[in-house]
Design a protein around this ligand. Sequence first.
Ligand code: HEC
Length: 109
Amino acid sequence: MRTTLIAAAILALATTSANTFARDYEAGKKKAAEVCAACHGEDGNKPLTPDTPRLGGQYYDYLVHALEAYKSGKRQNPMMSPMAQPLSKDEIRNLAHYFSKQQGLAVRY
Ligand code: HEC
């Protein structure tokens, strides 16, 4: 009985923390197609101009960091800053999750 209770408590904790850091792939994909694809291209892999970076396959942490920096004003760009400013923390996580799961550049040695 006691073991069951402890197991249930652990499970509840695990579920709660998973929700706190939930990353919604489908929500990220939808937003990416609606907003980001206009400049970064489909899946973040076909940038419209040479000065627009590819996002596909970039590290999750890097994408979150970059988007938060644009949002806070630490990093500024006339094209990108207005795109990041309206994003919520959840939207940033979802977008970063989505782009990090796309195929990126492959380095051959
Ligand atoms: C109007 C065109 C445009 C749109 C729309 C746009 N971006 Fe960007 N994005 C840019 C440009 C240009 C840069 C490069 C800016 C710079 O040099 O700082 C950039 C840079 C970035 C970077 C930094 C990448 C790096 O390698 O440092 C991230 C992350 C990013 N965009 C994510 C997004 C996301 C997510 C969306 C959709 C919510 C989006 N962008 C929509 C034009 C755009």
